[in-house]
Design a protein around this ligand. Structure first.
Ligand SMILES: Nc1ncnc2c1ncn2[C@@H]1O[C@H](COP(=O)(O)OP(=O)(O)OP(=O)(O)O)[C@@H](O)[C@H]1O
Length: 276
C-alpha cells in the first residue's frame, strides 16, 4: 500500500501492483545470478515489475542492488532470464537493450555539460533514429521534446548549458533523456542522493508523473523518500531477495529488520523507517 496522502493522488499515479491487465507492459526477471570471480553478488533473483508500479529496491551496502540493474541492462554478464513484455533481454548487447526501451541512470548524472538542456534531449531523442529521420527534422522544439521538458520541469531552462544546472536538475535532465529515447522501463540508481529536501520532493513527484505509464525501479538508501513514494518494495541482502511487498509489509518483516541493519539495530531501523 502506498503512503501517498489521498489528497495528492491522481488517477494517473502509480499504484501497488501496477496496472496488471490487458496491454500492460512488464519486466519479468527470473533466476538472475551474477558471479564476480567466484563471488555470488546476485543469486537467483526474481522480480516481476508491472507498468504503473513504482518499485523501490532497497538493501544494505553491497546487497547487489546496482548489480541487478547492471545485469538487466547488459553491463555485466548474468545467468537467468529477463523478459521485457515478451522480449528476452539477457545476452543482448547494452545498446540493443537500451533500444528495446530499458533506460537507466547512474549514481552520478551523465549529461553533456557543454551542451544546452535542449541539445542534450535532442541527442538522446536522436539516438534511436535513422540519419534520414534526423535530416528530415523540422527546426524548432519538437512537441515530444517540449512535453518532456515540461514533465521534468526544465522548460524555462531549455537553452541553459547543462553544466550550470543544479545537482537535482541534472538528474531530472538525465531522466528526460531516457524519456525522449522512449524508455518505458526506467532503472534509477539512487536518484536523490545528494539532493536537497525540496529537490527530493520534486523528484518524487516527477517519478509519480512518469511512473503511472511506465515501469520504474528506484535503487535507494533514503528511507524517508522510499516511504513517501514507493508503491512497492523489494529488499535485497547478500545478493538475494529477502522480502517484497508494500512499504508497510516490508517494514514489519522481521527478516528485513534483522538482515537490513542487523539484529541489534533492528529496533532503530523500525523507528527509522516508521514502523510501530
Ligand atoms: N565489477 C565488480 N567486480 C567484483 N565485485 C563487484 C563488482 N561490482 C560489484 N561487486 C561486488 O558485488 C557486491 C554487490 O555490489 P553492488 O554495488 O551491486 O551492491 P549495492 O547493493 O548496489 O551496494 P550500495 O548500496 O553500496 O551501492 C558487492 O560486494 C560489490 O563489492
Amino acid at each position: 500500500m502506498s503512503t501517498h496522502t489521498p489528497s495528492t493522488r491522481t488517477e494517473r499515479d502509480p499504484l501497488f501492483g501496477g496496472n496488471a491487465g490487458m496491454g500492460s507492459e512488464y519486466l519479468e526477471v527470473r533466476g538472475l545470478s551474477v558471479t564476480f570471480d567466484g563471488f555470488k553478488a546476485v543469486q537467483d533473483v526474481d522480480l516481476t515489475l508491472l507498468q504503473g508500479d513504482l518499485r523501490f529496491l532497497i538493501g544494505p551496502n553491497g546487497a547487489g542492488k546496482t548489480t541487478v540493474i547492471d545485469a538487466i541492462t547488459g553491463l555485466v554478464p548474468a545467468t537467468g532470464k529477463v523478459n521485457k513484455s515478451g522480449t528476452q533481454l539477457l545476452g543482448r548487447k547494452t545498446h540493443q537493450i537500451a533500444r528495446s526501451g530499458v533506460g537507466r541512470t547512474f549514481q552520478t548524472a551523465s549529461v553533456f555539460e557543454e551542451l544546452t538542456v535542449l541539445q542534450n534531449l535532442d541527442i538522446a531523442a536522436g539516438a534511436g533514429r535513422s540519419p534520414w529521420t534526423m535530416l528530415r527534422r523540422r527546426p524548432g522544439v519538437e512537441p515530444r521534446i517540449a512535453e518532456v521538458l515540461d514533465t521534468i520541469g526544465l522548460a524555462s531552462l531549455a537553452e541553459v548549458r547543462a553544466g550550470i544546472l543544479a545537482h537535482g536538475q541534472k538528474q531530472w535532465l538525465e531522466i528526460g533523456m531516457l524519456l525522449v529515447g522512449n524508455a518505458d522501463v526506467l532503472l534509477l540508481d539512487e536518484p536523490v542522493a545528494g539532493m536537497s529536501k525540496e529537490e527530493r520532493e520534486q523528484t518524487g513527484q516527477l517519478l509519480r508523473r512518469i511512473g503511472a505509464e511506465r515501469t520504474v525501479v528506484v535503487v535507494e538508501h533514503d528511507m524517508d523518500f522510499m516511504r513517501q513514494f514507493a508503491t512497492s518494495v523489494t529488499v535485497l541482502a547478500r545478493g538475494r531477495v529477502i522480502a517484497e511487498g508494500s512499504v508497510a509489509e516490508v517494514q514489519a518483516d522481521p527478516r528485513v529488520q534483522e538482515v537490513y541493519l542487523g539484529t541489534t539495530a533492528a529496533a532503530e531501523y523500525t523507528a527509522e523507517i516508521g514502523g510501530a
